[in-house]
Design a protein. Structure first.
Length: 142
């Protein structure tokens, strides 16, 4: 198990033990656990990620494939966009979602709001600049 797998396992355990809340750097931030199946491996994985609730649609949240500003997208991004659907845990609820990639000016507006709320996302964008645009995915509750 890699150190990122260990870290994710700890966050997932804390999330589930505390009704969807975690402490540390993420204390008070909205977190979701996204369940997805590997497009190559077929293995189910759970990835913790911060989300931004849609201001007008309570059934939609946005997640950001930042990978800490790395030059490549995270594997979960490809898994979600390939499948077009996933399962999400928010708080104590688990539900199915459809996945939509947001692009252009709408993507920029949503990402800017996330970066305003959580400045680390602005740093990720600076790190990724010239290598990739960090994807924004809308998860629409079914």
């Amino acid at each position: 198990m890699s150190s990122s797998d260990d870290w994710n396992a700890q966050v997932i355990a804390e999330f589930r033990a505390n009704g969807g809340r975690v402490g540390g750097n993420f204390e008070g931030a909205p977190m979701a656990l996204v369940h997805h199946r590997g497009r190559k491996s077929g293995r189910e994985t759970v990835t913790p990620t911060l989300y931004l609730p849609d201001a007008e649609d309570a059934a939609t949240v946005y997640v950001f494939a930042s990978k800490g500003g790395a030059p490549s997208h995270p594997a979960w991004y490809y898994n979600l966009t390939t499948a077009g659907r996933a399962e999400v845990e928010i708080g104590t609820e688990t539900f199915e979602v459809t996945v939509e990639e947001i692009t252009g000016a709408e993507r920029d507006r949503i990402y800017a709001e996330q970066a305003r709320r959580y400045p680390g996302f602005a740093e990720y964008e600076v790190k990724a600049r010239g290598k990739r645009t960090i994807p924004v995915l809308a998860l629409h509750r079914n």
